[in-house]
Ligand binder design. Structure first.
Ligand code: GUN
Ligand code: FE
Length: 431
């Protein structure tokens, strides 16, 4: 029981009340990890059996769990690495850190902490990059499966332009991905993503292998990075001199498509944006990372409104990103959109963190809403979590204002509880 909020479609403005369903006194009936009834509390309560356990979350908001469409679990100890742009940041901090994940024990330790931190911040699904090591992906999936989370992850494929300790080969990258797919894809709620890191660290032979994996497993996601930083783009053009542009490389290897997730997409030409749009590919907006690394401003509104619109997801990109929270992420997203001269309405932000990201990841039939029949992945938000929030709430009159306050001041403290497949998942974490 609580104030339930779920979205039906993109909300055009704060007045677009048809875009969401809000119940001031709402209820959800959960059974077997799924939502089996939703609506006004009185109606839902009348459908519950005698023995049903009642949990009262009033006066808090009850939303679908947040979805993070791009993060790197081996980068927990990279966050807050000072003073570099993308390529230097990768060489100086990230690649050395990721070499540690050759050790399976270390991978298991960090996977547990990463999913603890993810859940603590209200995120119930993440599309995660593991390190190049097969055992890092095994560690992640084991931990995710034990928690019964719906996560998408893949072993990074990278065979050049990085230290020896984080390199595979076209053949070993293919073989390890293949074995991980066989073991983990479709096991419980686990999804495998084919994960060539980006064109700089994959040889043409390796992109060919990634392409083969996609053809052999057309239902899988593919995730990579695209057009994040000017030096990255220039180096990529040197490595693939025949290409029209950065996107063209992935295009020629058949990596575009409805299940393909491209992190960043900041400096795209119109041709590249058209190619992404035509193929139904997803551009992933990572505001805290793009600001932290000084990469640039993702033009969210232009991409949405162009004649050929892009499918867009939003994400933390931990550890280039600086926070695990989707609230903190969309707060920074709002500022990036503002720097591009527009305002992102708070309903659109919350749509994006939930249903919008679920649609972009093609998992909206399972998560991202409070619809009957979907998995019970839920977040409970307290708009008065801190003294400053409590004070500001005194002058808040509308739901839109409340959501905007949650986005602007909220973080893990505003997350009162999280349910993963119907079970409490935040309150049970032992710090
Ligand atoms: N491009 C290639 N690898 C990475 C990474 O780990 N983080 C970010 N932000 N960009 C990348
Ligand atoms: Fe990334």
């Amino acid at each position: 029981r609580g104030r339930t909020l779920t979205f039906l479609r993109w909300p055009d403005s704060t007045d677009d009340h048809a875009a969401y369903r809000y119940e001031e006194d709402g209820g959800l009936l959960l059974r077997g990890g799924k939502i089996i009834a939703a609506g006004a509390y009185a109606d839902v309560a009348s459908q519950a059996g005698e023995g049903a356990e009642k949990i009262d979350h009033r006066p808090h908001l009850v939303l679908p769990g947040f979805i993070d469409a791009h993060a790197h679990f081996p980068q927990m100890q990279v966050i807050a690495s000072y003073g570099a742009e993308l390529l230097d940041w990768l060489n100086k901090y990230t690649f050395p850190e990721e070499t540690k994940f050759r050790n399976a024990q270390h991978g298991r330790h960090i996977a547990r902490l990463f999913l603890d931190e993810t859940v603590r911040h209200g995120t119930t699904t993440v599309a995660a990059y593991c390190s190049v090591h097969k055992q890092s992906a095994e560690a992640f999936f084991e931990e995710s499966h034990a928690r019964n989370m719906l996560n998408i992850a893949g072993k990074v494929m990278m065979d050049r332009n990085a230290p020896e300790g984080v390199l595979d080969t076209p053949q070993s990258g293919y073989d390890d991905s293949k074995a991980l797919i066989a073991e983990w894809h479709g096991k419980g709620r686990q999804h495998y993503a084919i994960t060539p890191r980006f064109a700089i660290t994959s040889s043409p032979e390796q992109l060919e292998m990634a392409s083969a994996l996609m053809r052999e497993h057309p239902d899988l996601h593919m995730q990579t990075h695209l057009s994040e930083n000017h030096a990255e783009i220039a180096f990529t053009q040197e490595l693939y001199p025949w290409s029209k542009d950065y996107t063209d490389i992935y295009e020629r290897y058949g990596l575009l498509g409805k299940q393909s997730l491209f992190g960043h997409c900041i400096h795209l030409s119109e041709r590249e944006a058209d190619a992404l749009s035509d193929s139904g590919s997803v551009a992933v907006f990572c505001p805290t990372s793009n600001l932290f690394l000084g990469s640039g401003l993702f033009d969210y509104q232009r991409y949405r409104r162009r004649e050929k619109p892009l499918r867009i997801a939003t994400a933390t990109d931990v550890g280039g990103g600086t926070n695990y929270s989707m609230l903190r992420t969309m707060d920074e997203g709002y500022k990036v959109v503002a720097l591009n001269g527009e305002k992102l309405n708070p309903f659109a932000s919350f749509w994006q963190m939930t249903r919008g990201n679920a649609e972009a990841l093609s998992i909206a039939d399972k998560v991202g809403t409070l619809d009957v029949g979907t998995d019970a992945d839920i977040v409970v938000l307290d708009s008065r979590a801190t003294p400053g929030m409590r004070l500001r709430m005194e002058t808040v009159e509308t739901l839109a204002e409340e959501l905007f306050l949650l986005q602007t001041l909220g973080d893990d403290r505003a997350v009162r509880e999280v349910y993963v497949a119907g079970k409490p998942a935040k309150s049970v974490i032992v710090a």
